[in-house]
Design a protein around this ligand. Structure first.
Ligand code: PRX
Length: 672
């Protein structure tokens, strides 16, 4: 590993701490060799290919797409009518065919597709399954036939609310196979989240589990589904079937009119089911993500572009090679886009086994991840900064106990990684030998959009480095003018890419308003960023009222609405605040109803209330009771001031529009 000398950077007021970072880690020949040989082997090669991908997107992506199997060819590679993109226009294919069938047809049916490990370790022995492509094809086909038998047809939306069991991947692929879109809901969300999403998607079939294992306890998934179905019925929406997979054997109530047993149903089905020929632009899935206002947005992804982009980005960013002994482990939950793209859809087409782990990183001990890596000889680990910070806190001795020598590449995703965490990851997990890819992307982008390539890009701790192929990323001002180096601005993408979102389900106006209205003709990511002297990108955090808690997006509005739905609360304002492990924690400023009494018990009750509406990830880390909230004369809550109060910073912000200075003074003096 060569370390180039520090490069001095000019100072900039807003990003002083980041500019201190001057460590650069160049890729080495040994790393490329250990990854089975580089796809892209130098920065110069990257620059040439990247420039070509922007100058001739049709030629570039046609070559990439030629590695996939299509049922009928495209008539044009891309049609762009901002903000609407079509990719591989006129072509038909099926992502399930490319992820599974194809490998079986090519004689690789016996190879491992999915390695699954359950959370419980009775007597210290984990439950492990190795599922080959041949077995996966049969399981997916049975499930596809089962869905058909329940009346699901092409174009329907099937809701999946399951734990991290292999059947979740099977169900996704089964939907894709028959042309039904899936909408996966994270198993940590409570009933109201299911209600909102099923209503929005007009989804009438849900697949769930009796329960999911989490840190040794059972999360009662079926119970949440039952509750959601009642609420939906009250709203006039009928759920026709709820398919239930037995996993935890907890007590559940059974409604024979709609509940169907996964195992019994699948057992009666044929293991043959032809793949539906899907138009490249047909809907593959909906995935809901938080926005700054209103309910979560159903992000739409289509078949062809998403398929090509996720598999190609996985191949290039992780240097995936089949038949090289690689084992890829992405620790995300499939309920988030990271799991969709880099546990299932991006990895399977590359014919590298994908590892799925059911539970928590600290169950039964703080070394569970490292034990899994050693036991399964994992070569690629893809995890989030929030997890890395927790590992640092739990102690170096846990990874040190295990043989991590199989690791060849480390990845980070979900939020900015602080340089200390990056260095710890490199040293304690990668033993100074593994390249680290800090991948910036979003639910909306489908796959990585700014990321190092492991054998080409020198990395700098804390920077996600350079745009991926086909991505014309820039930092601009409100008028779309590119800003000079080291100046913070808006992160945009100026050209279409295959996996870009195709819209927000049922809300064209919101799609345009959120992504396309602030800077004309450019996709607005919603993040602030700057580029350094090398042209490397540094993500500076969200520019809207979205906070990124442990790598998960939450709209501050959602948390405020949840708080206000409690009878004791009349008004609430929620902002992000620095948090050692989560990166950003949730601070809530709450004004109480005259009859309510401020107390620690009420704080605890409010936390639980928010968890009941939005899930445990949305629980405020800090609640402050206040007589009133600081507002402008026009009545807008001044969140930037609250952010300073929450962070314990002395605000030197402009308060000329503040209605009542006493409010702010009171908040500053009122420690929790
Ligand atoms: O703020 C950025 C942050 O996560 C947001 C996207 O969240 P989501 O759609 O839930 O997808 C997360 C996983 C892809 C972004 O707008 N983010 C994601 N990755 C990074 C990041 N911030 C900095 N560095 C990253 N590598």
């Amino acid at each position: 590993m060569s370390i180039t000398p520090p490069t001095p950077s000019p100072a900039s007021a807003s990003v002083v701490s980041l500019l201190k970072e001057d460590r650069v880690f160049a890729p080495t020949a040994a790393q490329a060799a250990s990854l089975g040989g580089a796809y892209c082997g130098s920065l110069d090669e990257y620059r040439v290919q990247h420039a070509r991908s922007l100058a001739d997107p049709a030629g570039f992506w046609a070559e990439v797409a030629a590695d996939f199997e299509w049922f009928t060819p495209w008539t044009s590679v891309v049609e762009w009518n901002c903000p609407d993109a079509k990719w591989f226009v006129g072509a038909t294919t099926n992502i399930c065919h490319n992820a599974v069938d194809r490998h079986v047809l090519d004689g690789h049916g016996h190879e491992v597709a999915i390695i699954w490990e359950g959370e419980p370790m009775p007597n210290g022995v984990p439950e492990v399954r190795h599922i080959s492509y041949g077995e996966l094809l049969e399981d997916v086909s049975r499930c596809a036939n089962a869905l058909k038998s329940l009346g699901v047809v092409k174009g329907d939306v099937v809701t999946l609310y399951m734990g991290m069991v292999p059947e979740l991947a099977v169900a996704m692929l089964a939907c894709a196979r028959i042309g039904a879109a899936h909408s996966v809901i994270f198993g940590g969300f409570p009933a109201p989240a299911i209600v909102d999403r099923m209503l929005d998607a007009a989804s009438r079939v849900i697949i769930t589990c009796d329960g999911a294992w989490r840190r040794g306890s059972v999360v009662a998934l079926k119970q949440n589904v039952d509750h959601a179905i009642e609420l939906l019925a009250a709203a006039g929406h009928t759920v026709s079937h709820s398919v239930v997979l037995r996993r935890t054997d907890n007590d559940i109530t059974w409604n024979p009119a709609r509940d169907v047993c996964w195992k019994e149903l699948n057992a009666t089905m044929s293991s043959e089911c032809e793949c539906e020929a899907m138009d490249s632009e047909d809907l593959l899935f909906l995935l809901y993500t938080s926005g700054s206002t209103g309910k979560p947005k159903g992000i739409r992804h289509s078949v062809g572009g998403y398929m090509v982009y996720t598999a190609f980005s996985a191949q290039q960013t992780f240097n995936l090679r089949a038949s090289c002994g690689q084992v890829f482990w992405c620790t995300a939950d499939i309920g988030w886009v990271t799991g969709h793209s880099y546990i299932v859809y991006g990895i399977l087409p590359n014919r590298v086994p994908t590892l799925m782990y059911e539970g928590a990183p600290n169950f039964p001990g703080d070394d569970r991840f490292w034990e899994i890596i050693a036991r399964h000889r994992v070569t690629h680990l893809y995890t989030a900064p929030t997890a890395i910070r927790a590992f640092m806190k739990w102690g170096d001795e846990h990874p040190a106990k295990h043989d991590l020598s199989t690791l060849k590449l480390l990845g980070s995703v979900g939020e900015p990684i602080n340089p200390e965490a990056w260095m710890w990851y490199r040293e304690h997990i990668g033993h100074d030998a593994c390249p680290i890819v800090d991948t910036f992307w979003q639910t909306e982008t489908g796959g990585h959009v700014i990321t190092p390539l492991p054998c080409a890009t020198p990395t700098v701790p804390g920077s996600c480095t350079l745009p991926f192929f086909g991505i014309d990323a820039a930092v601009v001002d409100e008028h779309g003018n590119e800003l000079p180096a080291n100046t913070g601005g808006l992160l945009v993408i100026r050209k279409p890419w295959p996996a870009m979102l195709r819209g927000i389900h049922g809300d064209r106006a919101r799609f345009i308003d959120t992504y396309w209205s602030r800077v004309e003709g450019m996709y607005l990511a919603g993040d602030g960023a700057r580029r350094d002297d090398r042209g490397y990108f540094w993500i500076m955090g969200r520019i809207d009222d979205v906070i990124n808690v442990s790598g998960h997006r939450l709209g501050t509005m959602e948390v405020e609405s949840a708080l206000v739905s409690h009878p004791a609360v009349v008004e609430a304002a929620v902002v992000g605040m620095p948090h050692d492990i989560k990166g950003t924690g949730i601070a809530a400023f709450v004004s109480l109803a005259p009859t309510a009494i401020a107390s620690d018990a009420l704080k605890a009750a409010l936390r639980e209330h928010v968890a009941g509406v939005l899930g445990p990830i949305a629980k405020p880390d800090m609640i402050r009771f206040t007589q009133s909230l600081p507002k402008t004369r026009s009545g807008k809550i001044m969140r930037r001031l609250l952010r300073d109060v929450a962070a314990g910073r002395d605000s030197n912000q402009d308060t000329t529009t503040l209605e009542d200075f006493a409010v702010l003074a009171a908040l500053r003096g009122n420690d929790e």
